[in-house]
Design a protein around this ligand. Structure first.
Ligand SMILES: C[S@@+](CC[C@H](N)C(=O)[O-])C[C@H]1O[C@@H](n2cnc3c(N)ncnc32)[C@H](O)[C@@H]1O
Length: 207
């Protein structure tokens, strides 16, 4: 009950809070999302910020969002978008949702592996859910590699995490994904406020 009220508050302030960061992220989002086609799983759609960036043709987007207030807000952004379907579930429940595809051509993981409870498990599910020739598109903030800033993040994280509805400042999503069967065919690291990781990843070929 208290969590739901807090999530409502978070949902209300999320877009204004992210406004200046999003000016920078938009370019990265566009670059990644312009390539999608076929069946696409967007993990943690949030307020639906990506919905306008998907191509209108040749792609069907299945968005999943477990927070009810976020889901409701994203749903409002869906008007006239017949190629996007939104579900109020988390990544852990995708395989049980009978009307969702078993596997996807693209999986979108943007600002979400910081927040899922078990990022290793989520990465394993990404692997299972991605077709063998599919692509995982990643835009995630990661634990800073700078010694000073990295230490500050470690110190601040216990306060930040409950404030930001479970978001961790101290994860290395790049490493987690690589340790769970993915390799990057394109990747870049950039700094904007914190360290960010952008990548197009595929399943590692088993030798
Ligand atoms: C920081 S927001 C980012 C939203 C959006 N992806 C974006 O790029 O702006 C993280 C989102 O991940 C969602 N989330 C948390 N745990 C999740 C899970 N287990 N499966 C899917 N989404 C999850 C949260 O509810 C939240 O909406």
């Amino acid at each position: 009950m208290i969590r739901r009220q807090y999530q409502k508050l978070m949902t209300y302030f999320y877009d204004p809070f992210m406004k200046s960061t999003e000016k920078i992220l938009l370019m990265h989002r566009k670059e990644l999302l312009q390539q999608v086609q076929g069946e696409v799983l967007e993990v943690g759609s949030g307020t639906g910020i990506n919905f306008d960036l998907y191509p209108d043709k040749n792609a069907h987007i299945y968005g999943i969002e477990p927070s009810l207030p976020m889901y409701k807000k994203a749903k409002k952004r869906l008007q006239n978008k017949s190629n996007i379907t939104l579900y109020n579930i988390g990544i852990e429940n995708v395989l049980q949702q009978k009307d969702l595809p078993d596997q996807y051509d693209f999986i979108i993981s943007m600002l979400v592996l910081c927040t899922v409870k078990d990022a290793e498990k989520a990465a394993r599910l990404y692997y299972k859910l991605l077709k063998n020739n599919g692509k995982l598109l990643v835009l995630e903030h990661i634990h800073s590699t700078g010694k000073f800033y990295g230490k500050i993040q470690t110190l601040v994280n216990p306060l930040w995490k409950p404030f930001a509805d479970g978001c961790n400042l101290t994860r290395r999503q790049d490493i987690i994904l690589k340790n769970n069967g993915f390799e990057a065919i394109e990747e870049s690291y950039f700094n904007y406020g914190t360290d960010w990781y952008q990548a197009t990843m595929i399943k590692k070929h088993k030798s």
